[in-house]
Design a protein around this ligand. Structure first.
Ligand SMILES: *Cc1c(COP(=O)(O)O)cnc(C)c1O
Length: 229
């Protein structure tokens, strides 16, 4: 199936479910992204700042770009002028840095706190306790140029569906608790980004409101560097 067909069938599959679809285009060339764009897709996710900057430059301005990979504080300034959402916030320091650069551009940048749920050592993110500690910090409420829209999590890369289901269930439960405790009066705290190509159906069953799909849309990623594709 073509990229356009994949987008259409995913749109049908998620129709009426209040789940938004991020097309994860990392390592894929600009031409592939254009095909998805022409099929109506507007939300795209990238995990590397440099790659994101170059693609942003070559593609239509009405694309909403989501950063889904680890972000170093010293790179925030490059994406602050245009980024739609930063899904990988994993420290107060990073949140402060995003706030600072968003203010320079008179913007409010939407952010998700990335929560560590996987049974793996390699994944970035805040533990449940660390996320609560961050939200309790009074400085957070003084950051007027960021808006915490919700949480993001990556499940363990495993064939064990029960484990994935349990991890997403825990994240959804945590999300509901955080909403109750810290965002009860804030309707903008509405996003639970969980689910990738291998596990998005389980994630949606468990209450995901945003799935991040790469290979399901664009095919397998074989080459690491997008310009040599
Ligand atoms: C690469 C990536 C995805 C998409 O992965 P697929 O398995 O290709 O769907 C989703 N989320 C994050 C954080 C990623 O880095």
């Amino acid at each position: 199936m073509s990229i356009a067909d994949n987008i259409k069938s995913l749109k049908n599959e998620t129709a009426g479910k209040k789940v938004s679809l991020i097309a994860v285009s990392k390592t894929k060339p600009v031409e592939d992204i254009k095909q998805a764009y022409d099929a109506g897709q507007r939300l795209f996710g990238e995990n590397m700042v440099q790659e994101l900057l170059e693609k942003h430059e070559h593609l239509p301005a009405d694309i909403q770009w989501h950063l889904i990979g680890h972000l170093q504080s010293n790179k925030v300034k490059y994406i602050a002028p245009f980024i739609g959402m930063i899904q990988s916030v994993d420290s107060l320091k990073l949140l402060q840095e995003i706030n600072k650069h968003a203010a320079k551009h008179k913007r409010v940048i939407d952010c998700l706190l990335q929560i560590y749920i996987a049974d793996e050592e390699t994944k970035y993110g805040l533990g449940f306790d660390e996320a609560i500690e961050l939200l309790r910090n009074e400085e957070v409420s003084e950051l007027n140029n960021i808006r915490i829209r919700g949480l993001m999590g990556i499940a363990t890369n495993t064939d064990n569906e029960k484990q994935i289901k349990d991890e997403y269930y825990e994240l959804k439960t945590f999300f509901d608790g955080i909403k109750q405790s810290f965002f009860r009066k804030d309707a903008a705290f509405d996003t639970l980004s969980m689910g990738m190509s291998s596990d998005y159906k389980v994630a949606i069953e468990q209450g995901s409101t945003m799935v991040r799909l790469g290979s399901t849309i664009f095919g397998q990623r074989v080459i690491k560097h997008w310009k040599n594709n």
